[in-house]
Write a protein that binds this ligand. Structure first.
Ligand code: IPM
Ligand code: MG
Length: 359
């Protein structure tokens, strides 16, 4: 199969981890006789330095012209003081919006080999951690009107949290369909005791639920959810929530699996084409040292093969190679334990490729 992949290395550790994911994709190409082309796309802080904006038109166009986008990470303290309208993160938000990627799937699944890396108590981890956060990605407070102005001699700022019914409806369908392929249970997270957007969210979720009688729907307040994720994560199958709640809860969910460096994500819209990235950021503090964990990005590349290109087997081979490498005791620094073998970022990529080749 021929596929054109837009590759955005981005900033910080982005280039290092993306390089390892491309290495893995090349191994898959060879093993299964696919032909992928990789179009390198400049976006994020590096694009501000080069072009004065984080998402130049050519970069967006290259993403729109691709069969799918693979992204490392964008942002860093270097651009903390640039005008908010051109911040590195704007590139990410711009691609999500322009490509219509309203559904963000973020799995939180513990590798049993890494149970000791979880900050949770063993008796909690033993019950299992395997759920999917379905985060709405192109609405809510991220995209509502933002203003800072002076009122009575002092500064005043507002961010508008807003949702259309249709935006809630389509993410509800994503959640119920995701649950159908899992354990048929959706927990919809909101703040109905305070927010109007949440009241609309809950109403629409229950309407859509009628089309999925085989899936159980439960509502949960976001503050309680944050607590339940650390108290009893085994109760979750699919969590569906609005953009900012999903941003926060998915970081929490990833951490209980041992390391934020392990978790991939898929951003999807109406078409198969999407954007695939690890959920962690650009980690500027460790950039350029070859010590980042490339597994989240490698698994994101695997998700791309599965969701965008229907290459289920190829993804399964990547997932198994990662699991086997961990079982055999190889670790990057973030998940290192006594008695295991510590690898640099590029060595971890090589090791996973080695396991794919011999699979
Ligand atoms: C994420 C990130 C982004 C977000 C930032 C970089 C804008 O935290 O993908 O979770 O908030 O969506
Ligand atoms: Mg985030």
């Amino acid at each position: 199969m021929k596929k054109n992949i837009a590759v955005i290395p981005g900033d910080g550790i982005g280039p290092e981890i993306v390089k390892e994911a491309v290495k893995v994709l090349k191994a898959i190409e060879k093993k299964y006789q696919h032909a992928f082309t990789y179009t390198e796309v400049c976006a994020g802080g590096c694009a501000i330095d080069k072009y004065g904006k984080s998402l130049p038109e050519e970069s967006l166009q290259a993403c729109l012209d691709s069969d799918s986008v693979l992204l490392g990470a964008v942002g860093g303290p270097k651009w903390d003081n640039v005008d908010p309208s051109i911040r590195p993160e704007k590139a990410l938000l711009g691609i999500r919006k322009e490509m219509g990627l309203y559904a963000n799937l973020r799995p939180a699944k513990i590798f049993p080999q890494l149970a000791a890396a979880s900050p949770l108590r063993t008796d909690i981890v033993e019950n299992g951690i395997d759920f999917m956060v379905v985060r709405e990605l192109t609405g809510g407070v991220y995209f509502g009107e933002k203003k800072t102005y002076e009122v009575n001699g002092e500064l005043y700022a507002t961010d508008n949290m807003c949702y259309y019914e249709h935006e809630i409806k389509r993410i509800a369908h994503t959640a119920f369909q995701t649950a159908r392929k899992r354990n048929h249970k959706v927990i919809s997270v909101d703040k109905v005791n305070v927010l109007d957007t949440s009241r609309l969210w809950r109403k629409v979720m229950h309407e859509v639920a009628k089309e999925y009688p085989d899936v159980e729907l439960q509502d949960m307040l976001v503050d309680n959810t944050a607590m339940q994720i650390v108290k009893n994560p085994a109760q979750f199958d699919v969590i569906v929530t609005e953009n900012m709640f999903g941003d926060i809860l998915s970081d929490e969910a990833s951490m209980i699996t041992g390391s934020i460096g392990l978790i991939p994500s898929a951003s999807l819209g109406e078409s198969k084409r999407g954007m695939y990235e690890p959920i962690h950021g650009s980690a500027p503090d460790i950039a350029g040292q070859n010590i980042a964990n490339p597994i989240g990005t490698i698994l994101a590349a695997g998700m791309m093969l599965k969701y965008a290109f229907d290459m289920d087997e190829e993804n399964a081979v990547i997932e198994k190679a990662v699991a086997d490498v961990l079982s055999d005791g190889y670790r990057t620094g973030d998940i290192m334990e006594e008695g295991k073998t510590k690898l640099f970022c590029d060595e971890m990529g090589d090791k996973i490729v080695e396991y794919i080749e011999k699979a």
